[in-house]
Design a protein around this ligand. Structure first.
Ligand code: HSE
Length: 297
């Protein structure tokens, strides 16, 4: 039997929730086809849409699948084909989509021996290969769908967050190179108590706003005084884009994961298209090629 899996793109951090919050995009993602084989181990037979390594040990999907196989007790192996649509290095969870798709597909073929939280752990080990740190804020929403909160990393404890039905996301991906490992190493290791207070106020506000569908509260809470001021310096035109998005009616605007993509959230599809147009207009004059995605969450 063969299984075809949709592997969604994801926005990690959501401004105030560095390394703990993330959401999956309904309409943007890769596809993966998996089948079990008698030959032990992981074989990636084909990758279209991106020049990524086929060797399992050097590919996030391969590493994630190997981590699952190792503890599964299954004597055989798996073959997979990957169809990339999410550009590697774009900041919308390209490697996470592959890692999540691999473990989700493999788990399904094996009869679902593992929970989604266990799958997140396997997928995060694949992520570590790509970014140098096993963060799970992209793989968790890719696996659970919607919006997720990583309450704790050790042990892994993940909570699903209610997603208001009107919530839409707009992503602008400027085609510049920015490595997650580099944009992580820029960050200071400590914050002040004052910064902490502001940040966990916003995280709590965002979660409450999402559960009660209070869009004003969501909007006020989409703020990040810790990571964004540092990382935004690496994204040409960030300030201009933020201003344009907020003026066009976005609930909030920030960096998607470690960048270079930026995102806006909106209440509804029409406002999302409007914000998309405003971002295009603001970014055009910079002369940097970009991709734009508008999607439900
Ligand atoms: N939380 C991670 C970071 C996500 O911001 O470094 C990387 O996509």
């Amino acid at each position: 039997t063969e299984l075809r899996v949709f592997c969604p793109a994801t926005i990690a951090n959501l401004s105030c929730g560095f390394d703990v919050l993330g959401l999956a995009l309904e309409g943007v993602g890769d596809y993966m086809t998996l089948r079990l084989s008698e030959q032990p181990g992981v074989r990636i037979t084909r990758i279209s849409g991106g020049s990524l390594p086929l060797e399992a040990e050097r590919n996030v999907a391969g590493v994630a699948a190997q981590a699952l196989l190792r503890v599964s007790g299954y004597g055989g192996g798996v073959e997979m084909e990957i169809e990339k649509h999410i550009l590697p290095g774009s900041g919308i969870g390209s490697s996470a989509a592959s890692a999540a798709g691999a473990v989700w597909g493999l788990n399904t073929l094996l009869g679902n021996p593992f929970t989604l939280t266990e799958l997140t752990g396997f997928a995060a080990s694949g992520e570590a290969l790509a970014s140098g740190a096993p963060h799970a804020d992209n793989v968790a929403p890719a696996l659970f769908g919607g919006i997720t909160l990583i309450r704790s990393y050790t042990p892994l404890d993940i909570a699903r967050v209610h997603c208001p039905p009107l919530l839409h996301a707009v992503v602008l991906h400027p085609q510049i190179e920015l490595k997650t490992s580099d944009s992580r190493s820029l960050l200071k290791k400590t914050i002040t108590l004052q910064q902490g207070i502001r940040q966990w106020g916003n995280v709590g506000g965002l979660i409450t706003g999402l559960f009660t569908e209070d869009y004003d509260l969501i909007s006020r809470s989409l703020e990040d005084g810790i990571v964004e001021p540092v990382r935004s310096l690496l994204i040409p035109g960030f300030g201009k884009l933020k201003e344009a998005a907020l003026q066009a009616g976005a609930l909030g605007f920030g960096i998607s994961g470690s960048g270079p993509s930026v995102f806006a959230l909106t209440r509804g599809a029409q406002p999302a298209r409007q914000v998309g147009e405003a971002l295009k207009e603001a970014y055009g004059p910079l002369g940097i090629p970009f991709n734009l995605y508008v999607s439900a969450v």
